[in-house]
Design a binder for this molecule. Structure first.
Ligand code: ADP
Ligand code: SF4
Ligand code: MG
Length: 334
Protein backbone atom coordinates (compact mmCIF):
# COMPACT_ATOMS: atom_id res chain seq x y z
CA UNK A 1 0.00 0.00 0.00
CA UNK A 2 1.27 3.45 -0.89
CA UNK A 3 1.26 5.45 2.35
CA UNK A 4 1.23 8.72 0.42
CA UNK A 5 -2.20 7.98 -1.06
CA UNK A 6 -4.98 8.97 1.33
CA UNK A 7 -7.27 6.11 2.34
CA UNK A 8 -10.28 8.16 1.30
CA UNK A 9 -10.38 11.01 -1.20
CA UNK A 10 -13.62 12.81 -1.91
CA UNK A 11 -13.32 15.31 -4.74
CA UNK A 12 -15.96 17.69 -6.10
CA UNK A 13 -18.66 15.28 -5.01
CA UNK A 14 -22.25 16.34 -5.70
CA UNK A 15 -25.49 14.48 -5.02
CA UNK A 16 -28.72 15.81 -6.54
CA UNK A 17 -32.29 14.49 -6.33
CA UNK A 18 -35.06 15.37 -8.76
CA UNK A 19 -38.07 16.47 -6.67
CA UNK A 20 -41.47 18.06 -7.41
CA UNK A 21 -40.02 21.33 -6.07
CA UNK A 22 -37.05 21.14 -8.48
CA UNK A 23 -33.59 19.67 -8.11
CA UNK A 24 -32.56 19.15 -4.48
CA UNK A 25 -28.81 19.76 -4.43
CA UNK A 26 -28.22 17.75 -1.27
CA UNK A 27 -24.45 18.03 -1.51
CA UNK A 28 -22.50 20.14 -3.94
CA UNK A 29 -18.82 20.09 -4.82
CA UNK A 30 -17.49 18.79 -1.56
CA UNK A 31 -13.87 17.71 -1.24
CA UNK A 32 -11.88 16.26 1.64
CA UNK A 33 -9.42 13.47 2.24
CA UNK A 34 -8.43 11.22 5.05
CA UNK A 35 -5.28 9.19 5.74
CA UNK A 36 -5.28 5.65 7.11
CA UNK A 37 -5.62 5.56 10.90
CA UNK A 38 -7.05 9.08 11.18
CA UNK A 39 -10.40 10.01 12.66
CA UNK A 40 -12.38 12.61 10.75
CA UNK A 41 -15.34 14.46 12.24
CA UNK A 42 -18.04 15.77 9.88
CA UNK A 43 -20.12 18.40 11.67
CA UNK A 44 -23.12 20.51 10.72
CA UNK A 45 -26.75 21.18 11.53
CA UNK A 46 -29.48 18.85 10.37
CA UNK A 47 -29.94 18.95 6.59
CA UNK A 48 -26.39 20.03 5.79
CA UNK A 49 -25.65 16.87 3.79
CA UNK A 50 -23.72 14.76 6.27
CA UNK A 51 -25.72 11.55 5.84
CA UNK A 52 -25.78 11.94 2.05
CA UNK A 53 -21.99 12.12 2.14
CA UNK A 54 -21.86 8.92 4.22
CA UNK A 55 -24.34 7.15 1.97
CA UNK A 56 -22.44 8.19 -1.14
CA UNK A 57 -19.23 6.69 0.28
CA UNK A 58 -21.08 3.50 1.27
CA UNK A 59 -22.77 3.27 -2.13
CA UNK A 60 -26.22 3.15 -0.50
CA UNK A 61 -27.82 6.33 -1.90
CA UNK A 62 -31.43 6.12 -3.09
CA UNK A 63 -31.65 4.98 -6.73
CA UNK A 64 -32.85 8.37 -8.01
CA UNK A 65 -29.78 10.21 -6.70
CA UNK A 66 -27.55 11.76 -9.37
CA UNK A 67 -23.91 11.54 -8.28
CA UNK A 68 -21.02 13.42 -9.88
CA UNK A 69 -17.41 13.87 -8.82
CA UNK A 70 -15.13 11.32 -7.30
CA UNK A 71 -14.83 9.10 -4.22
CA UNK A 72 -11.60 7.10 -4.13
CA UNK A 73 -10.85 4.42 -1.57
CA UNK A 74 -7.12 3.68 -1.59
CA UNK A 75 -7.04 5.18 -5.07
CA UNK A 76 -9.94 3.09 -6.41
CA UNK A 77 -12.84 5.07 -7.86
CA UNK A 78 -16.18 4.17 -6.23
CA UNK A 79 -18.49 6.50 -8.17
CA UNK A 80 -20.03 4.55 -11.04
CA UNK A 81 -19.18 1.07 -9.71
CA UNK A 82 -21.75 -1.68 -10.20
CA UNK A 83 -24.03 -2.75 -7.33
CA UNK A 84 -22.10 -6.02 -7.07
CA UNK A 85 -18.75 -4.26 -6.72
CA UNK A 86 -20.17 -1.85 -4.16
CA UNK A 87 -21.65 -4.73 -2.16
CA UNK A 88 -18.26 -6.38 -2.10
CA UNK A 89 -16.63 -3.16 -0.87
CA UNK A 90 -19.29 -2.90 1.86
CA UNK A 91 -18.56 -6.48 2.86
CA UNK A 92 -14.80 -6.02 3.08
CA UNK A 93 -13.63 -2.43 3.17
CA UNK A 94 -16.19 -0.02 4.61
CA UNK A 95 -18.84 -0.26 7.33
CA UNK A 96 -21.40 2.10 8.83
CA UNK A 97 -22.98 2.54 12.26
CA UNK A 98 -26.30 4.40 12.20
CA UNK A 99 -27.94 6.51 14.89
CA UNK A 100 -30.69 4.00 15.56
CA UNK A 101 -29.18 0.65 16.48
CA UNK A 102 -32.58 -0.92 17.12
CA UNK A 103 -33.72 -0.61 13.52
CA UNK A 104 -30.33 -1.78 12.22
CA UNK A 105 -30.35 -4.98 14.29
CA UNK A 106 -32.70 -7.88 13.63
CA UNK A 107 -35.10 -8.05 16.62
CA UNK A 108 -35.84 -11.79 16.31
CA UNK A 109 -32.26 -13.05 16.06
CA UNK A 110 -29.91 -13.16 19.07
CA UNK A 111 -27.06 -10.70 19.10
CA UNK A 112 -24.66 -13.65 19.00
CA UNK A 113 -26.20 -15.19 15.89
CA UNK A 114 -26.14 -11.82 14.13
CA UNK A 115 -22.46 -11.39 14.95
CA UNK A 116 -21.66 -14.99 14.00
CA UNK A 117 -23.36 -14.44 10.64
CA UNK A 118 -21.36 -11.25 10.06
CA UNK A 119 -18.14 -13.14 10.80
CA UNK A 120 -19.22 -16.04 8.53
CA UNK A 121 -19.80 -13.71 5.56
CA UNK A 122 -16.38 -12.20 6.03
CA UNK A 123 -14.50 -15.40 6.88
CA UNK A 124 -16.43 -18.32 5.33
CA UNK A 125 -13.54 -20.72 6.00
CA UNK A 126 -14.01 -20.51 9.78
CA UNK A 127 -15.83 -23.14 11.87
CA UNK A 128 -18.92 -22.26 13.89
CA UNK A 129 -16.86 -22.50 17.09
CA UNK A 130 -14.30 -20.05 15.74
CA UNK A 131 -17.05 -17.65 14.68
CA UNK A 132 -18.64 -17.86 18.11
CA UNK A 133 -15.29 -17.16 19.76
CA UNK A 134 -14.79 -14.18 17.46
CA UNK A 135 -18.30 -12.88 18.25
CA UNK A 136 -17.51 -13.03 21.98
CA UNK A 137 -14.19 -11.32 21.36
CA UNK A 138 -15.94 -8.54 19.39
CA UNK A 139 -18.48 -7.96 22.17
CA UNK A 140 -15.62 -7.80 24.67
CA UNK A 141 -13.80 -5.31 22.46
CA UNK A 142 -16.73 -2.89 22.64
CA UNK A 143 -16.93 -3.20 26.42
CA UNK A 144 -19.96 -5.49 26.84
CA UNK A 145 -19.61 -7.19 30.23
CA UNK A 146 -19.87 -11.02 30.36
CA UNK A 147 -19.99 -11.32 26.56
CA UNK A 148 -20.15 -15.15 26.66
CA UNK A 149 -23.55 -14.79 28.38
CA UNK A 150 -24.83 -11.70 26.56
CA UNK A 151 -24.30 -13.39 23.23
CA UNK A 152 -27.49 -15.41 23.79
CA UNK A 153 -29.61 -12.27 24.28
CA UNK A 154 -31.89 -10.43 21.86
CA UNK A 155 -31.37 -6.76 20.90
CA UNK A 156 -34.36 -5.55 22.97
CA UNK A 157 -32.71 -6.96 26.11
CA UNK A 158 -29.90 -4.40 25.76
CA UNK A 159 -30.04 -0.73 26.80
CA UNK A 160 -29.66 1.96 24.11
CA UNK A 161 -25.97 2.44 24.84
CA UNK A 162 -25.27 -1.31 24.91
CA UNK A 163 -27.14 -1.75 21.62
CA UNK A 164 -24.97 0.91 20.04
CA UNK A 165 -21.92 -1.03 21.28
CA UNK A 166 -23.34 -4.16 19.63
CA UNK A 167 -23.76 -2.18 16.41
CA UNK A 168 -20.12 -1.11 16.58
CA UNK A 169 -19.13 -4.75 17.16
CA UNK A 170 -21.20 -5.78 14.10
CA UNK A 171 -19.64 -3.07 11.99
CA UNK A 172 -16.07 -4.11 12.80
CA UNK A 173 -16.78 -7.83 12.31
CA UNK A 174 -15.48 -7.58 8.75
CA UNK A 175 -12.38 -5.64 9.85
CA UNK A 176 -13.18 -2.66 7.63
CA UNK A 177 -10.49 -0.18 6.57
CA UNK A 178 -13.03 2.60 6.98
CA UNK A 179 -15.75 2.84 9.64
CA UNK A 180 -18.39 5.55 9.31
CA UNK A 181 -20.50 6.37 12.38
CA UNK A 182 -23.49 8.59 11.48
CA UNK A 183 -24.75 10.37 14.62
CA UNK A 184 -23.81 7.30 16.70
CA UNK A 185 -24.63 8.95 20.01
CA UNK A 186 -27.47 11.31 19.11
CA UNK A 187 -30.24 9.10 20.53
CA UNK A 188 -28.37 8.51 23.81
CA UNK A 189 -28.21 10.49 27.03
CA UNK A 190 -25.09 12.46 27.82
CA UNK A 191 -23.30 9.96 30.07
CA UNK A 192 -23.92 7.08 27.69
CA UNK A 193 -22.84 9.26 24.74
CA UNK A 194 -19.45 9.71 26.34
CA UNK A 195 -19.12 5.95 26.92
CA UNK A 196 -20.00 5.08 23.32
CA UNK A 197 -17.51 7.65 22.03
CA UNK A 198 -14.88 6.13 24.28
CA UNK A 199 -15.66 2.71 22.75
CA UNK A 200 -15.25 4.14 19.25
CA UNK A 201 -11.94 5.67 20.27
CA UNK A 202 -10.72 2.39 21.76
CA UNK A 203 -11.79 0.42 18.71
CA UNK A 204 -9.94 2.91 16.53
CA UNK A 205 -6.80 2.60 18.62
CA UNK A 206 -6.85 -1.17 18.90
CA UNK A 207 -7.77 -1.99 15.32
CA UNK A 208 -6.17 0.96 13.52
CA UNK A 209 -9.40 1.45 11.55
CA UNK A 210 -9.88 4.81 9.91
CA UNK A 211 -13.03 6.42 11.33
CA UNK A 212 -15.47 9.07 10.13
CA UNK A 213 -17.72 10.37 12.92
CA UNK A 214 -20.72 12.36 11.75
CA UNK A 215 -22.49 14.57 14.26
CA UNK A 216 -24.43 17.82 14.64
CA UNK A 217 -22.54 18.36 17.91
CA UNK A 218 -19.15 20.01 17.73
CA UNK A 219 -18.54 18.82 21.30
CA UNK A 220 -18.54 15.21 20.10
CA UNK A 221 -15.70 15.75 17.64
CA UNK A 222 -13.57 17.66 20.14
CA UNK A 223 -12.58 14.53 22.01
CA UNK A 224 -12.34 12.07 19.16
CA UNK A 225 -11.38 13.63 15.82
CA UNK A 226 -7.94 14.39 14.42
CA UNK A 227 -9.46 16.44 11.66
CA UNK A 228 -12.82 18.15 11.19
CA UNK A 229 -14.91 19.07 8.17
CA UNK A 230 -17.73 21.53 8.85
CA UNK A 231 -20.66 21.29 6.44
CA UNK A 232 -23.40 23.82 5.82
CA UNK A 233 -26.18 23.68 3.22
CA UNK A 234 -24.59 20.93 1.16
CA UNK A 235 -21.07 22.35 1.13
CA UNK A 236 -17.87 22.23 3.16
CA UNK A 237 -17.41 25.63 4.84
CA UNK A 238 -14.33 24.91 6.96
CA UNK A 239 -11.81 22.08 7.25
CA UNK A 240 -8.96 21.89 9.75
CA UNK A 241 -7.13 19.75 12.24
CA UNK A 242 -9.11 19.65 15.45
CA UNK A 243 -7.08 22.18 17.49
CA UNK A 244 -6.96 24.94 14.86
CA UNK A 245 -10.67 24.43 14.25
CA UNK A 246 -11.43 25.21 17.89
CA UNK A 247 -8.72 27.78 18.59
CA UNK A 248 -8.28 29.52 15.24
CA UNK A 249 -11.83 29.25 13.94
CA UNK A 250 -11.94 30.86 10.51
CA UNK A 251 -15.59 30.61 9.41
CA UNK A 252 -18.49 32.50 11.06
CA UNK A 253 -20.68 29.37 10.88
CA UNK A 254 -18.17 27.31 12.85
CA UNK A 255 -17.93 30.18 15.31
CA UNK A 256 -21.73 30.01 15.68
CA UNK A 257 -21.64 26.25 16.33
CA UNK A 258 -18.90 26.81 18.92
CA UNK A 259 -20.84 29.55 20.65
CA UNK A 260 -23.84 27.19 20.90
CA UNK A 261 -21.88 24.62 22.89
CA UNK A 262 -22.63 24.30 26.60
CA UNK A 263 -19.58 25.55 28.49
CA UNK A 264 -18.32 23.47 31.39
CA UNK A 265 -16.12 26.31 32.62
CA UNK A 266 -19.04 28.73 32.94
CA UNK A 267 -21.56 28.22 35.68
CA UNK A 268 -24.91 28.43 33.99
CA UNK A 269 -27.73 30.11 35.81
CA UNK A 270 -31.24 29.01 35.06
CA UNK A 271 -31.91 32.28 33.25
CA UNK A 272 -28.90 31.99 31.03
CA UNK A 273 -29.93 30.64 27.63
CA UNK A 274 -27.45 28.98 25.30
CA UNK A 275 -26.61 30.95 22.18
CA UNK A 276 -28.38 29.78 19.03
CA UNK A 277 -27.44 30.69 15.49
CA UNK A 278 -30.39 32.85 14.36
CA UNK A 279 -32.77 31.55 11.69
CA UNK A 280 -32.96 28.15 10.06
CA UNK A 281 -30.78 26.37 7.49
CA UNK A 282 -32.11 26.78 3.93
CA UNK A 283 -33.63 23.86 1.97
CA UNK A 284 -31.77 21.96 -0.72
CA UNK A 285 -34.13 23.00 -3.53
CA UNK A 286 -33.60 26.69 -2.79
CA UNK A 287 -30.06 27.47 -1.68
CA UNK A 288 -29.46 31.24 -1.32
CA UNK A 289 -27.27 32.99 -3.90
CA UNK A 290 -23.59 33.30 -3.03
CA UNK A 291 -22.59 32.26 0.48
CA UNK A 292 -25.39 30.01 1.71
CA UNK A 293 -24.83 31.12 5.29
CA UNK A 294 -25.31 34.82 4.39
CA UNK A 295 -28.98 35.10 5.50
CA UNK A 296 -27.92 34.02 9.02
CA UNK A 297 -24.47 35.58 9.18
CA UNK A 298 -23.86 38.66 11.35
CA UNK A 299 -20.91 39.63 9.14
CA UNK A 300 -22.62 39.37 5.74
CA UNK A 301 -21.99 42.28 3.38
CA UNK A 302 -24.39 42.79 0.45
CA UNK A 303 -22.62 42.80 -2.91
CA UNK A 304 -19.75 40.67 -1.60
CA UNK A 305 -21.23 37.71 0.23
CA UNK A 306 -24.24 37.11 -2.00
CA UNK A 307 -22.47 36.88 -5.36
CA UNK A 308 -20.80 33.46 -5.70
CA UNK A 309 -20.38 30.47 -3.38
CA UNK A 310 -17.09 31.42 -1.66
CA UNK A 311 -14.26 29.08 -2.68
CA UNK A 312 -12.07 27.62 0.09
CA UNK A 313 -9.32 29.99 1.24
CA UNK A 314 -6.20 28.55 2.81
CA UNK A 315 -5.66 30.14 6.22
CA UNK A 316 -2.53 28.20 7.14
CA UNK A 317 -1.31 24.62 6.82
CA UNK A 318 -4.21 22.41 5.83
CA UNK A 319 -6.81 24.76 7.33
CA UNK A 320 -9.33 26.15 4.83
CA UNK A 321 -12.45 28.30 5.17
CA UNK A 322 -14.99 29.23 2.50
CA UNK A 323 -15.74 32.83 3.42
CA UNK A 324 -15.01 35.99 1.42
CA UNK A 325 -14.35 37.90 4.67
CA UNK A 326 -12.11 35.24 6.16
CA UNK A 327 -9.39 37.59 7.40
CA UNK A 328 -11.67 40.42 8.52
CA UNK A 329 -14.88 39.22 10.20
CA UNK A 330 -13.20 38.74 13.57
CA UNK A 331 -12.41 42.48 13.63
CA UNK A 332 -16.14 43.05 13.99
CA UNK A 333 -16.65 40.28 16.52
CA UNK A 334 -19.82 41.02 18.46
N1 ADP B 1 -34.49 11.37 -1.03
C1 ADP B 1 -34.28 12.69 -1.02
N2 ADP B 1 -34.81 13.49 -1.99
C2 ADP B 1 -34.57 14.81 -1.99
N3 ADP B 1 -33.84 15.46 -1.09
C3 ADP B 1 -33.30 14.76 -0.10
C4 ADP B 1 -33.49 13.34 -0.01
N4 ADP B 1 -32.84 12.92 1.09
C5 ADP B 1 -32.27 14.02 1.65
N5 ADP B 1 -32.55 15.11 0.93
C6 ADP B 1 -32.06 16.47 1.21
O1 ADP B 1 -30.65 16.42 1.23
C7 ADP B 1 -30.13 17.34 2.16
C8 ADP B 1 -29.08 16.67 3.01
O2 ADP B 1 -29.68 15.70 3.84
P1 ADP B 1 -28.84 14.83 4.87
O3 ADP B 1 -27.59 14.38 4.25
O4 ADP B 1 -29.75 13.79 5.39
O5 ADP B 1 -28.50 15.89 6.01
P2 ADP B 1 -27.87 15.65 7.45
O6 ADP B 1 -27.46 14.22 7.58
O7 ADP B 1 -26.71 16.60 7.51
O8 ADP B 1 -28.92 16.03 8.43
C9 ADP B 1 -31.30 17.87 2.96
O9 ADP B 1 -31.54 19.19 2.53
C10 ADP B 1 -32.43 16.94 2.60
O10 ADP B 1 -33.65 17.66 2.58
S1 SF4 C 1 -18.96 34.90 3.08
FE1 SF4 C 1 -20.01 36.59 4.12
S2 SF4 C 1 -21.98 35.70 4.70
FE2 SF4 C 1 -20.63 34.00 4.25
S3 SF4 C 1 -19.75 33.44 6.19
FE3 SF4 C 1 -18.33 34.89 5.24
S4 SF4 C 1 -18.97 36.90 6.05
FE4 SF4 C 1 -20.65 35.48 6.46
MG1 MG D 1 -28.03 12.79 8.99
Amino acid sequence: MNAAIPLLEVENLSVTFPTDAGAARAIENISFSLHAGETLGIVGESGSGKSMTAMAIMGILPKNAIVTGSIRLRGRELVGLSDDDLREIRGNDVAIVFQDALTALNPVVTVGDQLIEAVRVHRPETTREQRRARAIELLGLVGIPAPEKRIERYPHEFSGGMRQRVMIAMSIANEPDLLIADEPTTALDVTVQAQVLEVLREVQQRTGTTVVVITHDLGVVAGIADRVVVMYAGGVVEAADVDPLFYETAHPYTAGLLASLPRLDRRSSRDERLYQIPGQPPVATRWPEGCRFAPRCAYAVAGRCDVVVPPPVNVGGTHTASCVRVGEWKEELQ
